[in-house]
Write a protein that binds this ligand. Structure first.
Ligand code: SI3
Length: 292
C-alpha cells in the first residue's frame, strides 16, 4: 500500500455564503494542494472538509469535483463514514466507482456504541465494497477510544488496511505500531508530526498542509533520514504557525490564509462561523509573519 503512505492534505472545501458548494473555489484548493503544497494525496470528506455539516448530495458533489480536478495526479482517500452506516455504504460505492484509491470511515459516534457494534459497522462497510479502508480514529471529536486489542480485531476484517490516528496518545501509538507492524498508520496531528514519525508512522494527514505542506514535507523527510535536530527546528517553526492558527480559529483561519495565497476558499458552512473582521486581520498578520 505504498501509494497510501506519505503526506496527505485533509482537504478544505470552498462554500458559498448561502451554504452551497463553491465548485470553482474547491477546484482551486485541489490545484493549490497538488501544484504548490506538493502533497502525495488528498483526504476528502474529513473533519477539515466540513463533511459532517453536509447532506449526502453535497458530499457526493465534493467527491466528484475533487476527482475531476485531481484525476490521477495524487492519491485520493474518500472519508465516507458517519452516523448513518447505510449512507456510508452508499458513499463507499460512490467514491469507489469514481476511482478513489481508498476509503476511510470515522468511528461511529453520537450514541455510545460497544465494540461489537463498532466492529459490525466496519464489517458492513468493508464487505460492501472492493476498496481499501482506513479506520478514522479521532477520539477528541467522537469520544470513541479504541484499544490496541480492538484495533487488532478491526485489522482482521478483509479490506481494512490501517488507521488514520488523530490522537496525542503516544503510548497508544507506540503500542499499536509494535503490535501491528504491517498495518498502515497515518498520523493526524500536524503539530506532532515529528514524534509520530519517530514512532514509525507511514505518513500523515493534516489540515494545515493546505497552507504549510512544504514545511511539513521537510519535517517528514528530515525525520525519516534521522536528522532529528533539524526536523525539530522545522517543527518548532511550524508549531509557532499552528499555535497562531489554533488561537485564531482553525478552519476559518486556514480559509483566510488560502485566500491570501490566491485561492477562493470561501466561507464556512453554518453553524460553523466564518472568519470575523478581526479574525481576517489576524489571519493576514499570521500569513505575513510565517508564510509570505
Ligand atoms: O479529517 C480531517 O480533516 C483530518 O485529517 C483532521 C486532522 O487530523 C486535523 N484534525 C482536526 C480535528 O482538524 C489536524 O490536521 C489538526 O487540524 C491540526 O493538527 C491542528 O490541530
Amino acid at each position: 500500500h505504498d501509494d497510501l503512505k506519505g503526506l496527505h492534505t485533509a482537504l478544505m472545501i470552498s462554500v458559498n455564503k448561502d451554504g452551497s458548494l463553491n465548485e470553482e473555489g474547491t477546484r482551486q484548493i485541489v490545484r493549490h494542494n497538488i501544484d504548490r503544497m506538493k502533497v502525495d494525496g488528498l483526504y476528502v470528506g474529513g473533519s477539515t472538509g466540513e463533511n459532517f455539516l453536509l447532506d449526502t448530495d453535497m458530499k457526493k458533489r465534493v467527491f466528484e469535483v475533487v476527482k475531476d480536478e485531481a484525476g490521477s495526479e495524487v492519491t485520493l482517500i474518500g472519508q465516507i463514514g458517519g452516523t448513518n452506516v447505510y449512507e456510508a455504504i452508499d458513499l463507499a460505492h460512490f467514491v469507489t466507482d469514481l476511482g478513489y484509491d481508498a476509503i476511510s470511515a470515522v468511528t461511529p459516534f453520537y450514541y455510545k456504541y460497544n465494540f461489537e457494534e463498532i466492529r459490525d459497522y466496519y464489517k458492513m462497510i468493508a464487505q460492501a465494497v472492493d476498496n481499501r479502508l482506513l479506520i478514522y480514529s479521532i477520539p477528541d471529536l467522537t469520544g470513541v477510544e479504541i484499544s490496541v486489542e480492538n484495533f487488532k480485531a478491526l485489522f482482521e476484517i478483509d479490506n481494512i488496511v490501517g488507521v488514520k490516528f488523530t490522537a496525542a496518545d503516544f503510548f497508544l501509538l507506540e503500542r499499536l505500531r509494535k503490535a501491528c507492524p504491517d498495518e498502515l498508520i497515518l498520523s493526524g496531528f500536524d503539530e506532532m508530526l515529528l514524534p509520530a514519525v519517530v514512532n514509525g508512522v507511514d505518513g500523515a494527514i493534516g489540515s494545515t498542509y493546505n497552507v504549510n505542506g512544504v514545511k511539513a514535507r521537510e519535517i517528514f523527510d528530515l525525520a525519516r533520514q534521522n536528522k532529528i535536530d533539524q526536523a525539530l527546528e522545522v517543527q518548532h517553526q511550524t508549531n509557532d504557525l499552528i499555535e497562531a492558527i489554533l488561537d485564531n480559529g482553525l478552519y476559518p483561519t486556514i480559509k483566510e490564509i488560502l485566500k491570501l495565497m490566491g485561492v477562493d476558499a470561501g466561507y464556512n458552512r453554518r453553524p460553523m462561523a466564518s472568519a470575523s473582521d478581526s479574525q481576517i486581520a489576524q489571519a493576514k498578520a499570521i500569513y505575513d509573519q510565517y508564510l509570505s
